[in-house]
Design a protein around this ligand. Structure first.
Ligand code: UD1
Length: 367
């Protein structure tokens, strides 16, 4: 008899730490067959393979190899390739995570082929439709049969969109499972020493949002803000490929490279990056996941965005929104006070177990 087949869809760097705990939890159940489908949206070693190695994931069962492109090209390429895969052997459940273009693309394919579809990290909303990820979240959630949420605000967004309460299950934050799974290994990384960084004395910077890096004025302002901060604190800046190519294009890379207090790095593998987070004094970012990891670790985070789909990191955590004009003042303020924060409910490293429980219930009802 054929086993029940689950597809775990992974595409881009922030997806890998979300599928890893699920993969390991589902793998323990004999009657399930779990396949990892990598769409190939991210393909550099540092953006993809290194994460598979760190998170103890096997090679993907399927690699759709779509690569980069415009939004339409990328989304369409994933849809065509994923539909063909599902036609060969339709899965009994498709699990998508996060909010990247491949999340949307595979959700559309699953919904049109009437394959059961679940979304992990459902219900997050920034309210900003100029963000491609917001469109991906809205459409994905509207198509799902099962929506796993990380926080009460997410439940509320789904209910307000008319999604039935019995499809929504609050499971917590899956990224904390990966972090806890590898905590000891992360703590033992030597990257801080190798880079001759002093613990708690540097700010870690990550930037890649199109709204920050794709326009020359916006990126120039941000670099000016970073130069200001660099006068008082060392900055460590692993550069995303998108950001690196824009810095080169806009003639901004040289000045950054020449600064004595800004250390530019290649994108870092998961364990090394998390060690840099563990040891820093402050994070300056526009990433989604980093806002959550810093809240969990109690590390101050300044998010260079006008809004966030993760407001719980502000209301309960260590996060605050900023912009290039306020950046310096915000850094000063954050460094001069002690943040009173709490860890949100169910961000406890046990989210994968709750997802498995919910999946088994779902499969039983729908078999
Ligand atoms: C994507 C996601 C974003 C997520 C981010 C994490 C969408 C719409 N965006 O943005 O939500 O926060 O991943 O990194 O899905 N490139 C490489 N090597 C790679 C991957 C990309 O060089 O392995 C370069 C290519 O030039 C590419 C550019 O980076 O054109 C952008 O990649 P893309 O996947 O389109 O978007 P991200 O900015 O990475």
């Amino acid at each position: 008899m054929q086993k029940t087949l689950i597809h775990l869809i992974a595409a881009a760097r922030p997806n890998f730490m979300k599928i890893a705990p699920l993969y390991h939890a589902f793998k323990c159940l004999d009657f399930l067959e779990v396949e990892i489908v990598h769409t190939g949206q991210h393909y550099d070693y540092n953006m993809s393979d290194s994460f598979f190695e760190d998170l103890k994931l096997p090679q993907p069962d399927h690699n759709l190899g779509v690569g980069s492109g415009t939004h339409a090209q990328q989304t369409a390429a994933v849809m065509i390739a994923y539909e063909a895969l599902c036609q060969q052997r339709p899965p009994n459940l498709v699990i998508v995570v996060g909010d990247v273009n491949s999340t949307l693309a595979c959700s559309l394919v699953a919904a049109k082929m009437q394959l059961p579809l679940a979304h992990l990290e459902a219900g997050l909303r920034s309210g900003d439709r100029s963000m491609p990820e917001e469109i991906n979240r809205i459409v994905t959630d509207s198509l799902c049969d099962l929506l796993w949420t990380p926080s009460p605000d997410a439940d509320q967004h789904l209910l307000s969109a008319g999604i039935s309460a019995n499809k929504i299950v609050r499971v917590g934050n899956i990224m904390i499972d990966s972090l806890e799974m590898l905590r000891e290994v992360i703590e033992n990384q030597k990257i801080t020493e190798e880079l001759e960084l002093v613990k708690n004395s540097y700010a870690l910077v990550t930037l890649h949002r199109p709204s920050n890096v794709d326009s020359k004025p916006a990126l120039t302002d941000l670099c000016q803000g970073l130069f200001q901060i660099a006068k008082r604190s060392k900055l460590v800046f692993p550069i995303h490929p998108r950001t690196k190519s824009r810095l080169e294009e806009f003639g901004l890379l040289k000045e950054l490279e020449q600064s004595n207090s800004i250390l530019l790095l290649e994108p870092q593998p998961y364990k090394q990056f998390m060690k840099l987070v563990f040891d820093c004094r402050l994070v300056i970012t526009d990433s989604g996941g980093v806002q959550e990891e810093t809240t969990y670790l109690g590390i101050p985070c300044i998010t260079l965005r006008a809004n966030t789909e993760r407001p719980i990191t502000i209301s309960q955590g260590t996060n605050r929104l900023s912009d290039p004009a306020r950046l310096c003042a915000d850094v000063e303020q954050v460094l001069s006070c002690r943040l009173a924060t709490t860890i949100p409910d169910l961000w406890d490293g046990k989210t994968a177990g709750r997802v498995v429980e919910s999946t088994l219930k779902f499969l039983q009802i729908h078999s």
